[in-house]
Design a binder for this molecule. Structure first.
Ligand code: O2Y
Ligand code: MN
Length: 618
């Protein structure tokens, strides 16, 4: 098929999708679209323009196919519920591949297949895979349109759900395409649900394939995804582009693509601080991104909830943008008492995936309210009551919503220059050993803290819940290259920041999840985490002394603001107790983890471990 004979797909209400490339579309894009169409043989091609009318027509189409349920407009205006195939509910790390020319360039955190071998496999899988379907062309910008820090991509997909989600998660369509000229670099991202339709074959609400491949070609900056329509597997702008491919671009071009939230905190005197924070999946990242401080006079606003691109600005400062335009947040656990900002954000204009449906056409999930409704339709479409003995919503069920809907969105969240970063934090989920907060001794120590992030697994990752895994920089599932080279890159960025003469961000480690001997959390978390932010910013301002310990700087006695806090002095002491044996064993575990990266581990990080062990031993 050529683009010129692409028929118009049927759309409800007489809406006419755009079936031809807009005038001025670079030939490189048209040629690529033609090439993929020739291989995948869709029935039609649609050039997504990103308009509200197009979104509404797609939603209508999906409602008519049973893919989407329109929620009660009085309860949840312009919002939809989607139920995925129960075998397609999360990112699949075991099926995610980095296909660099050299295995060592992918490193031990990644599945690796030689690009030629993977291309052979994909050739077979993509042959005719879009028959009976429409292929949508989605030009998109990661980052505010026109920002020098933004980058561009074009995703092809046969999933209207992906198109609708990409409209929320990115700046896509006409406004992005206008920015791509013949000389603009752009990333190729091809996606299929892997479920072609024979002539006359009835479609199903969530087409997907048991076999899945989420593949990345770092040298040619390409992404090919097969078999899943869910989240990170299918919305290729997010983890695949903004982290895996962007981490390679960033390494080559001298910036950072990180799995980090971005917030602005304002103190009672009106001074603003910007913070970037890396947290493994399911470590309270969205809650921190939307934190409501409990301490008087403080304000926290959201710049980004998941990904940050950071570079050294003309002013010598580390500056960051949120490359995304929306949130793809975990629903369970999000409630008025835990994250009221998120609850307000998703009152309208939201796509919910795999949550439960209430009898009055609204949505519910575990933690949305204290008491569950007496009856629901669960995420698989079955009747559910509180005594059903199973969750009503899938643990990895999601809301997809525009960041602009967020009441705590910061006025500078789309600043094309990025926000100037004052502090970087590395979080994890550790029941023991890791204190509530530690300030790094210097940049290299901070990089060590980043490289040794660890967390106990939860639902978003494919691991047994509770097992500990090292998750350097919270990037383990998202590296597009060898993680050890990333640590080296961070050390280099530190050197360049010092040379640039701007302020060098301070680095901190936090752990909200330490437990007592009875398994009870020692720290209340949520809004009370503002106390930890307050301590960090008073450190940056030089207003608070800190206590030197073998693992870094911690608050002096009374240094953390505990006024009005319901935490016993014993619990506070335990939150900062240095368990020397545990810390030594942790350092040994980190050294063994580094050994898996062989010679690529920067010497500075080996030195950090040796110095840490020495300090702990003495
Ligand atoms: O399961 C998925 O496909 C989504 S995973 C995800 C989504 C939003 C933000 N972060 C994550 C993550 O796993 O880090
Ligand atoms: Mn994430």
């Amino acid at each position: 098929m050529t683009l010129l004979d692409s028929p118009a797909p049927t759309a409800p209400d007489g809406y006419r999708f755009r079936t031809q490339p807009p005038v001025g579309t670079p030939a490189s894009i048209v040629d690529w679209v033609e090439g993929v169409a020739a291989r995948t043989r869709p029935d039609a091609i649609v050039w997504a323009d990103g308009s509200q009318e197009e979104f509404d027509a797609l939603a209508e189409l999906m409602v008519s196919r049973g893919t989407m349920i329109r929620l009660n407009p009085e309860k949840r205006p312009n919002s939809y519920l989607v139920r995925s195939n129960p075998a397609d509910v999360a990112r699949v790390e075991s099926r995610t591949f980095i296909c660099s020319l050299q295995r060592e360039d992918a490193g031990p955190t990644n599945n690796w297949v030689h690009p030629e071998q993977m291309r052979d496999t994909l050739d077979g899988l993509f042959d005719g895979v879009m028959q009976g379907r429409t292929m949508y062309v989605i030009p998109f910008s990661m980052g505010p349109i026109g920002s020098p820090l933004s980058r561009y991509g074009v995703q092809l997909t046969d999933s209207p759900y992906v198109v609708a989600s990409m409209r929320i998660m990115t700046r896509m369509g006409e406004r992005a395409l206008e920015r791509i000229t013949e000389t603009t670099p752009w990333v190729k991202a091809a996606h299929t649900v892997g479920y072609p339709l024979a002539p006359g074959q009835q479609d199903i609400p969530w087409p997907s394939n048991e076999l899945k491949y989420i593949t990345h070609f770092p040298e040619s900056r390409e992404i090919w995804s097969y078999g899943s329509a869910y989240g990170g597997n299918a919305l290729l702008a997010k983890k695949s582009f903004a982290l895996r491919i962007a981490s390679v671009l960033a390494h080559d071009e001298g910036w950072l693509a990180e799995h980090m939230l971005l917030i602005k905190a304002t103190n009672p005197e009106g001074k603003e601080f910007h913070l970037a924070g890396a947290f493994p999946s399911a470590c309270g990242k969205t809650n921190l991104a939307m934190l409501q401080p409990t301490i008087p006079g403080w304000k926290v606003e959201t710049v980004g909830d998941d990904i940050a691109w950071l570079g050294i600005g003309d002013d010598g400062q580390l500056r960051a943008i949120n490359p995304e335009a929306g949130f793809f947040g975990v629903a369970p656990g999000t409630g008025w008492s835990t994250n009221a900002v998120a609850m307000e954000t998703i009152q309208s204009d939201t796509i919910f995936t795999n949550v439960a449906l209430t009898d009055d056409g609204d949505v519910w999930w575990e933690g949305a309210t204290k008491e569950p409704p007496a009856h629901l339709i669960d995420w698989q479409g079955n009747d559910w009551t509180p005594d059903s003995g199973r969750p009503a919503a899938h643990p990895n069920s999601r809301f997809t919503v525009s960041a602009a809907n967020c009441p705590s969105i910061s006025d500078d969240w789309e600043d094309p220059r990025g926000v100037a970063i004052d502090a970087i934090i590395f979080g994890g989920r550790r029941a023991t050993t890791v204190p509530l907060v530690v300030e790094a001794r210097d940049w290299a120590h901070g990089v060590y803290l980043g490289a040794t992030v660890s967390s106990e697994a939860t639902a978003a990752a494919e691991a047994t819940v509770g097992t500990l895994r090292r998750d350097p920089f919270a990037m383990a599932p998202f590296y597009g290259y060898n993680a050890a080279d990333h640590w080296k890159h961070w050390l280099e960025i530190g050197r360049r920041l010092r040379a640039a003469g701007g302020k060098v961000p301070r680095i901190f480690q936090v752990n909200w999840f330490r437990k007592d001997a009875n398994g009870k959390f020692l720290w209340p978390g949520f809004g009370e985490n503002s106390r930890v932010l307050e301590w960090m910013f008073s450190r940056i301002e030089g207003q608070t002394a800190a206590k030197e310990t073998p693992i870094g700087l911690v608050p002096v006695d009374g240094g953390l603001n505990t006024t009005g806090l319901d935490v016993s002095s014993e619990a506070l002491a335990e939150l900062f107790r240095l368990d020397t044996a545990g810390l030594l064993s942790d350092a040994e575990d980190a050294a063994a983890y580094f050994d898996g990266f062989g010679e690529r581990v920067p010497a500075e990080l080996r030195t950090e471990i040796a110095a840490l062990r020495e300090r702990l031993a003495s």
